[in-house]
Write a protein that binds this ligand. Sequence first.
Ligand code: UDX
Length: 452
Amino acid sequence: MAEKLAMRRRVVLVPAPAQGHITPMMQLARALHLKGFSITVAQTKFNYLNPSTDLSDFQFVTIPETLPESALNNLGPVRFLIKLAKECYVSFKELLGQLLVNEEEIDCVIYDEFMYFVEPAVKEIKLRSAILSTTSASSFDCRFLMCKLYDKDGLAHLKEGGGREEELVPDLHPIRYKDLPTIFFASAECSVESSVELFKNSCYKGTASSVIINTARCLEMSSLERLQEELEIPVYPIGPLHMAVTAPPTSLLEENVSCIEWLNKQRSSSVIYISLGSMTSMETKEVLEMASGLVSSNQNFLWVIRPGSIRGSEMCEEGLFSKMVTLDRGYVVKWAPQKQVLAHSAVGAFWSHCGWNSTLESLGEGVPMICRPFTTDQMGNARYLECVWRVGIQVEGELERGAVERAVKRLMVDEEGIEMRRRALSLKEKLKASVLAAGSSHNSLNDFINTL
Ligand code: UDX
């Protein structure tokens, strides 16, 4: 009966314009579409996801704004999102108005936590709304705490070099002060006030009617409970979304599938896959240290080097390419079909920046990780991988070849790595169970749908 009623319903989805946010939103779109909902995706021109034939079941509309094309690169993510919100407050409301004239009713507007300009428009038109959090529950928790700390005593706790970096944050075990997303604050492109403004707008209470979160109870039970208490609105952990549905293709860059052929020729669990997501970049010096460490570890590797992701020298990319290919131990691509790579039996470990999607994708395939976080939620994710789920090794401090070699060997060769792989495989089974019928994430999605 509930499924039948759902046949006529429409949901409008508003992803944030970044690969790591678009992908889970489109996975949610697929999950809701399978439950009988019509889907409208509202995006701005930034990182525009071109509707492919696989997305032809969805309607795509554009939110008008007048920011220059260069705004995303020039402003940096925090100031860009704040500016985008100011630009889109009015135009999004007008867009919703048009949709209501042209289309059937809208049952719910689901927006990325950072697209908070959606909420006032939705409230004014008296529609229902829900937030999709594409980061972990623990990271949501950290942002809450940072806003509270800032209100209490400004920067004393939050500034780098405040002397408390190694201390555990009370109630957020095992997060240390240095694992909080304070790196935002150290960046030249954005002030502390901007970060707090973004965090407060995106995670403070009194906004949407519920929060959907791409995580699972078996991963983050205590963070979810804390979040539920803080938010005072229902929290629905429905992930990992990529395990719940066969996702439509959402890559903004072209995937180089030749690496799968290369993986086909490698021994089982013999390759370390290296990728730092869609935004992170490294200094040339660090890349060279990493390459040297990998070469001396004697392990095979598949490395994603995104164009522009090495700061300092374009030549370095070319130089690395030829060195690795001649060694016949490494394969380098500009962008990989990551989920397919992680599912490949030749892959034994993942060297990652620990973005939340990469973390879930690795856990979902039972692949242990070497964690080298850079910014935002990545430090917290790395901490959970190492200390809570115990399926990862974090490489901290200055990146030098000896440390790289040691970390790779610990995971790929030593008994310690074998143990981690065992734990990762057991977690994979728990995650699989959570998205199957009667699993906690499966039930949570149904509970959410029943509220619509
Ligand atoms: C950003 C933030 O950096 C991250 O911390 C936050 O949790 C989400 O938003 P990003 O850095 O891109 O995301 O990392 P991640 O969340 O891991 O998402 C990257 C996505 O790109 C993954 O879904 C991954 O499968 C995909 N990818 C990456 C590819 O398809 N091919 C590649 O070669 C590399």
